[in-house]
Write a protein that binds this ligand. Structure first.
Ligand code: ADP
Ligand code: MG
Length: 240
């Protein structure tokens, strides 16, 4: 498998407060990689660096062999990174359908192996969104908003889908739907970076895990390796 994303020794700060201290990891084509850690450990900051929302103080990120440093966010999205942001951030005053078409973009030639996404396919994937197509963002439940946020990212025909807090704040039955949706996307070869607290669900479908503590990678390895070292989850996520 070739490397789709390379994150190398990334340092980043908010003003004088440094948040990342040399973060490195890779995502290979077709892989699902998680960023694990307690709140405030640098997971969202890493995502902001990937999407050009926070400049790197040092280090490098490349995507499909292309350096991302100094590219604007919209340019990075055009290269094939799709974001499902923390807090979902759907447009409250647009309808479900308007939210979806707002970000639509044709598939790029480099993704022949991935089936293209359009409105009809998103509606088949999340039938709930079709039922709610005329409703405004503000009228949706948390679960519907998350489906919309995922659908909106899929409409960009991404090569790598990044989910910051994939199931945060959702009821267990909706969480299960989201996990099933992400597993289906993996099954068709869509690469993903997933942030979530639910290690049990992540262990089932992710390939590798990157554990962050105070802006540093303190452990990384496969699901099999993480299962064999339960103290890692205990120590760095405070759960068993
Ligand atoms: N906009 C911001 N301004 C200043 N500090 C921030 C900002 N966002 C995050 N931080 C700080 O950066 C560190 C990493 O935060 P973050 O990456 O959001 O953590 P998480 O792993 O929970 O996503 C924390 O110490 C946090 O307080
Ligand atoms: Mg966060």
């Amino acid at each position: 498998m070739t490397n789709l994303l390379q994150v190398r020794d990334v340092h980043a700060s908010y003003g004088h407060a440094q948040a990342l201290f040399g973060v490195s990891f890779d995502v290979r084509a077709g892989e699902v990689v998680t960023l694990l850690g307690r709140n405030g450990m640098g997971r969202s900051t890493t995502v902001k660096c990937l999407f050009g929302m926070l400049p790197l103080k040092a280090g490098a990120i490349s995507f499909g062999g292309k350096p991302l440093a100094s590219l604007a966010s919209h340019h990075i999205a055009r290269l094939g990174l799709g974001l499902v942001p923390e807090g979902r951030q759907v447009f409250a005053n647009l309808s479900v359908e308007e939210n979806l078409v707002a970000t639509a973009r044709a598939p790029r030639h480099t993704q022949r192996s991935l089936q293209p996404w359009d409105l009809e396919r998103v509606y088949r994937f999340f039938p709930r969104l079709k039922e709610r197509r005329g409703n405004h963002g503000w009228q949706l439940s948390g679960g519907e908003q998350q489906m919309l946020a995922i659908g909106r990212a899929l409409m960009t025909n991404p090569l790598l889908l990044v989910l910051d807090e994939a199931t945060e704040g959702l009821a267990p039955i909706i969480r299960a739907e989201i996990w099933a949706a992400l597993a289906a996307l993996k099954a068709e070869g869509l690469s993903q970076i997933v942030i979530d607290k639910n290690v049990g669900a992540l262990l089932k479908f992710a390939d590798r895990h990157v554990v962050l503590e105070k802006g540093k990678v303190v452990w990384q390895g496969s699901s099999e390796a993480l299962r064999a070292e339960p103290h890692i989850v205990q120590q760095y996520m405070g759960v068993s």
